[in-house]
Design a binder for this molecule. Structure first.
Ligand SMILES: *Cc1c(COP(=O)(O)O)cnc(C)c1O
Length: 824
């Protein structure tokens, strides 16, 4: 057997892909041609391992975990695939010998942006960890033709353009599998009919049908032969399908008319947290759940014939409530298609499913109207009522004659319009309900699910989020990775807590220097990107103060903005003021329907354009809002951050993962005691993080006594001045008067996220940051300490906990022998 990963063999593979696969002449091939051929060359190696892995899993009849998520924010796959398969340096050499550079090839790839933000990125990190740790796993989701919109700024305002990530060329990683096409039913009605034993049974009839076609994306693990995959469903017209039914919603007509057959999986809903009752979104959820469950049961039945064994072979993790309908669908399949008794079906179902909650925000809790259900999934609605009546029996037993408990726990919310509460469905239909950070889980138990916690005391548990070190250190920060490996070896890549060994070098001035030199080089690179993207010149030696995340009021980008205004004003009033130079880096998309978020974007851009041009402050402050935040952009910003802004109102951020990425790359955090910041603080110690602001109990106390932002506005001269300045029109000379009024009004009169209450504490804390940054050696020691201490936040740790405590899943190593059997 030849070594397929030697440089000459890889070159041969790449040339073959170019000529035989793409039918291109190397003489005239474009960069994109080379990128595709190189990716496909790597793919041939990945596919051998994929086949070996799946054969091994099948042969051993293993238990698998199925990760159900409406979002997978994969980003680019090129570099990570090469690293994980172990051919990065060989490909780099091969490409170099062919007169090309890996860096330029990499830029050809579109991000696979099939998600909004943290929730989708978590799913992607988990896929990487599952494969790396040899867990048999399949991710199930939707093959959206258009990912999250592309963002541009027009006159400082967000403009949304379609993200045509497949373009004309598709993705070199995907494998279309029409042989596993799956039929899904919708609409219709329920008939009562008698079966051959004289039992009255329900039949869902007169349905519309649509097909799901799987598109698989292989997911190779790092340093192992395991290759799992992501199976994404694209909709396809069934001949009998009546698309008129879709035309009822106010769904974007332009896209709708183009190609009816693919309408269902055309776009990702750009709703982060807020859920707008869109019928199409509801159908998307059911569509992918139905396809995936049929796929899972088909696979189960190949090797098994007793449904009682399903929980020993399949664990399904629901990433938020978006796939909640799976619980009902599996019940329906058992009851209607296999005539299973209710109790047995329910017992199996609840042993299979587990649910991850991602938000405490009330607007984030998904509900669908009973009317929507009865039109689209009438049989499922019956099953939900039955589940609910059994739930209410339990409630009656625990709290007899207690109407308020019944109302609080019911799956159905009574009101003008009856609604199905998807989170409640998940809690009753799963054996595990987890929060995503210790604090978040505690709040779930105390507030959102307190009654359920009383009813099922062992169900709610914590699984603190994590990030994959392969993408968020090894691939995105080669300078720091090489430095770390030169000191402590490379075992940290699969075992991130090994980074603790860096503590031995904290006092070593040479290491401090090398560490900060890597940071400076990354900042220099980001500076050139800022120049190119924003036309702003920034000094790489300035403090890079970074806030990158979805734009949301609870994340408080506007608190950051008020501090920028305060610094600017102090500088103008005292030109000799000695402050460290800062570059404020923002990147954030706002959900298209979220006007306040868009107003904050406009405000930051407006203030930025005035500050960036003001020669009076001699470049001490710069504001760079990079457009189109996405994974590949995050991978360039994260390694260059000095300061990581994690400043949400305490109690609002479930976990955060951006906080973990930047701390791992040696940024210091300025943050509230919220989400996983609490645990980062535990790991690095209070002296290595900048904490400020109200704590959860203080937030609650302030709201109880009646929060009045005007009081803070009047009591703080500087705060009042910067708010009035922002509202004066000074920063928006070319826009109509009152352009930023919605933001101003909200801050002064409502301020639901306590920006004004936290301003002074934040501003004082920023002065501590300033003082610390002047002491280069101190800053370096703190930065190194952050990198050394955040090993806990590897998604390997998180996935290991899920496997042990929720899925009862064992790793299944794929051996070389199995691999060889695939290659005759
Ligand atoms: C990590 C990540 C997020 C999540 O960031 P938070 O700061 O945790 O909200 C969102 N979007 C992208 C592209 C990311 O990489």
């Amino acid at each position: 057997m030849t070594d397929t990963s030697s440089v000459p063999e890889l070159k041969k593979l790449i040339y073959n892909q170019l000529r035989l696969g793409l039918v291109r002449d190397p003489e005239t091939a474009t960069l994109r041609d080379w990128w595709i051929s190189t990716s496909k060359a790597a793919r041939t190696i990945i596919i051998e391992r994929l086949i070996a892995t799946q054969r091994e899993h099948y042969r051993k009849n293993v238990k698998r975990v199925y990760y159900f998520s409406l979002e997978f924010l994969m980003g680019r796959l090129f570099s990570n695939s090469l690293h994980n398969v172990g051919i990065f340096s060989q490909i780099q050499q091969a490409i170099g010998e062919m007169g090309l550079s890996l860096d330029s090839l990499r830029e050809e790839e579109y991000d696979m942006a099939l998600g909004n933000g943290g929730l989708g990125r978590l799913a992607a990190c988990f896929m990487d960890s599952l494969a790396t740790m040899d867990f048999p796993a399949i991710g199930y989701g939707i093959y959206y033709q258009y990912g999250l919109f592309k963002q541009e700024f027009h006159n400082g305002y967000q403009a949304e353009l379609p993200d045509d990530w497949m373009h004309l060329f598709g993705s070199p990683w995907e494998i279309k599998r029409p042989e596993y096409a799956t039929e899904v039913q919708l609409y219709g009605r329920v008939e009562n009919v008698f079966d051959e034993y004289g039992n009255c049974v329900q039949k869902w009839v007169n349905t519309k049908k649509v097909l799901g076609i799987p598109h698989d994306i292989p997911v190779p693990g790092f340093g192992t032969k395991t290759v799992n995959y992501l199976r994404l469903w694209a909709s396809h017209a069934d001949k009998s399908f009546d698309f008129e039914a879709f035309n009822r919603g106010e769904y974007d007509k332009a896209i709708l008319e183009k190609n009816c057959s693919e309408i269902l999986t055309k776009v990702l809903y750009p709703n982060d947290k807020t859920e707008r009752g869109r019928e199409l979104r509801f159908i998307q959820q059911y569509f992918f759940v139905s396809c995936s469950l049929q796929d899972i049961l088909r696979r189960f039945l190949k090797n098994n014939d007793n449904w009682e064994h399903l929980p020993e072979k399949a664990a399904i993790q629901l990433n938020d409530t978006h796939p909640a309908i799976a619980i009902v669908e599996l019940m329906r399949i058992f009851l209607d298609l296999y005539a299973m008794p209710w109790e047995q079906a329910w017992s199996i179902v609840t042993r299979v499913f587990a649910y991850t909650n991602h938000t405490l925000l009330p607007e984030g809790l998904e509900k669908w109207s009973v009317a929507t259900f009865s039109a689209i999934l009438p049989r499922h609605l019956q099953v939900i009522y039955e589940i609910n009546s059994k739930l209410l029996e339990q409630v009656e037993k625990k709290w007899p004659h207690n109407t308020s408990k019944r109302c609080a726990l019911s799956l159905i919310e009574e009101g003008r319009e009856k609604m199905v509460r998807m989170a409640h469905l998940c809690v009753v239909g799963s054996h595990s309900v987890n929060g995503v950070a210790a604090l978040h889980t505690q709040l779930l138990k105390q507030h959102l699910f307190s009654e359920f916690h009383a009813l099922y005391p062992s169900k709610i548990n914590n699984k603190t989020n994590g990030i994959t070190p392969r993408r968020w250190l090894l691939a995105c920060n080669p300078r720091l990775s090489v430095l770390i490996t030169s000191k402590i070896g490379d075992s940290w890549i699969r075992n991130l807590s090994r980074l603790r060994a860096l503590e031995d070098y904290i006092e070593d001035p040479e290491f401090q220097q090398d560490f900060m030199a890597a940071k400076l080089a990354n900042k220099t690179f980001l500076a050139s990107l800022i120049q190119q993207e924003c036309g702003i010149t920034v000094d790489p030696s300035a403090l890079f103060d970074v806030q990158i995340k979805r734009l949301h009021e609870y994340k408080r980008q506007h608190l950051n903005l008020l501090h920028i205004l305060a610094l600017y004003r102090r500088l103008l009033q005292n030109p000799n003021l000695d402050i460290v130079s800062r570059v404020f880096v923002f990147a954030a998309k706002a959900t298209p329907g979220y006007d306040m978020a868009k107003c904050i974007i406009k405000a930051i851009n407006s203030v930025g354009s005035v500050i960036n041009r003001d020669s009076r402050i001699s470049g001490k402050l710069k504001v760079a809002f990079l457009p189109n935040y996405r994974v590949s952009l995050a991978q360039r910003i994260v390694p260059a951050a000095d300061l990581s802004e994690q400043i949400s109102t305490a109690g609002k951020e479930a976990s955060g993962t951006g906080n973990m990425k930047m701390a791992l790359n040696g940024a210091l955090t300025i943050g509230t005691l919220d989400g996983a910041n609490v645990e980062i603080c535990e790991e690095v110690g209070e002296e290595n993080i900048f904490l400020f602001g109200l704590k959860i109990n203080e937030v609650a106390a302030l709201l109880r006594k009646g929060y009045c932002p005007e009081e803070f506005y009047h009591a703080d001269e500087e705060l009042r001045a910067v708010i009035d300045w922002l509202g004066s029109g000074y920063f928006t000379p070319c826009d109509p008067p009152g352009t930023l009024n919605p933001l101003l009004e909200s801050l002064i009169h409502q301020d639901p996220f306590l920006v004004l209450a936290d301003f002074r504490s934040y501003s004082d804390c920023q002065q501590r940051v300033d003082a610390t940054f002047r002491d280069k050696s101190l800053w370096a020691r703190m930065a190194i300490f952050n990198t050394a201490r955040v090993g806990k936040f590897s998604s390997d740790r998180a996935v290991g906990e899920y496997a042990r405590e929720i899925w009862q899943l064992d790793p299944v190593p794929v051996l070389g022998a199995e691999l060889n059997r695939c290659i005759p």
